[in-house]
Design a protein around this ligand. Structure first.
Ligand SMILES: Nc1nc2c(ncn2[C@@H]2O[C@H](COP(=O)(O)OP(=O)(O)O)[C@@H](O)[C@H]2O)c(=O)[nH]1
Ligand SMILES: [Mg+2]
Length: 309
């Protein structure tokens, strides 16, 4: 059994060495543990520090492409390296790598395909209140979208079975955290969660400069990914809402019509209602088309899975 530890890093020379040094190099039942660093165009000494600390492999982007892309490249490379289990840990020393054995245990025991390290946000004194609320909101949204009882969707400390990694087809550039969970839910993978330690960050967040910016980018990925897996639901909701507005306008015209036998002075409302209802119906028909695309996508994902396997 082989574990690959992936570490996405962007200008983390201060901490990446400590992270690598903390990784246990022997775990019961595991034959090989290798460290893979994904350097996302760092302009500091991240690469040299990681190499000195004992990283087995470092892949580098020529420029900064984003955490989502880096994570995706890491998964792909780890699969190529023959990983049976992939553990992701951040390069900022906020997670405790000594907890890796507990993190992978549910996968080794065959109980889970994916394990999340739950940072237990509520108990953290060092996380600012704004970030706590943002985390809770994003976790809540992810819970609604996945139907899974997730406690911390934004954690960067997580483990994937080879099977789970093969099933991921990620598209988000900015972050992977929610998208991996949405895909796990839709591919019926089993997600386990264990409580973990989460330290104070030394230095600034590389990922989140503003909570609003984060909400925009992460929200975008969540919405797109939900749409891709439940297109008919999304299109019927939009079409239904448009029809409903049309009916409200139309209702007023009808009442007047039955009372007086005339549409005037409500002709504009009558036209608007008709247009809205027709457009709403068209949106629902588009949903049928999108649903066909989803079937197509599922077939394509199956092909990709078999190709990667
Ligand atoms: N590859 C890559 N990694 C990034 C980028 N931004 C942040 N990271 C890494 O992603 C991890 C989490 O970022 P961090 O700044 O700690 O985010 P926070 O803990 O959510 O505030 C760290 O290992 C960072 O080095 C990026 O643009 N590209
Ligand atoms: Mg961090």
């Amino acid at each position: 059994m082989k574990i690959i530890i992936t570490i996405p890093a962007y200008n983390e020379e201060e901490t990446i060495g400590k992270v690598i040094n903390e990784i246990p190099r022997r775990i019961d039942g595991i034959d090989r543990i290798e460290v893979l660093v994904i350097n996302d165009g760092s302009i500091d000494n991240t690469v040299e520090v990681a190499r000195k600390a004992g990283a087995d492999k470092i892949i580098s982007h020529k420029k900064n492409l984003g955490l989502g892309i880096s994570f995706r490249d890491g998964l792909e490379e780890a699969l190529k390296m023959g990983a049976d289990i992939i553990v992701n840990i951040d390069a900022d020393f906020q997670y405790n790598a000594k907890e890796i054995p507990e993190l992978i245990e549910p996968i080794i025991n065959g109980k889970a395909d994916m394990v999340l390290g739950d940072r237990q946000i509520n108990t953290l004194d060092h996380m600012p209140i704004g970030k706590k609320l943002g985390n809770k909101l994003a976790t809540w949204v992810t819970r609604q979208v996945t139907g899974l009882p997730i406690r911390d969707a934004q954690t960067g400390f997580r483990a994937f079975s080879r099977e789970a990694a093969l099933r991921m087809n990620l598209t988000g550039n900015y972050t992977y955290v929610q998208e991996t969970l949405i895909q796990a839910a839709n591919k019926n993978l089993t997600v386990e969660q264990i409580p973990i330690e989460f330290r104070r960050r030394e230095g600034e967040s590389r990922l989140i400069s503003s909570l609003l910016g984060y909400a925009k980018s992460a929200g975008n990925t969540i919405i797109r990914s939900y749409r891709d897996y439940h297109p008919f639901r999304v299109f019927t909701a939009i079409g239904g809402a448009i029809i409903l507005i049309g009916l409200i306008f139309g209702f007023r015209v009808l009442i007047h019509y039955f009372a007086t036998g005339m549409v005037t002075p409500y002709l504009p409302s009558a036209v608007l209602a008709t247009v809205l209802i027709v457009v709403g119906l068209q949106v629902i028909v588009l949903g049928l088309l999108a649903d066909t695309l989803k079937t197509q996508r599922m077939l394509e994902e199956e092909i990709l899975y078999r190709l990667k396997k």
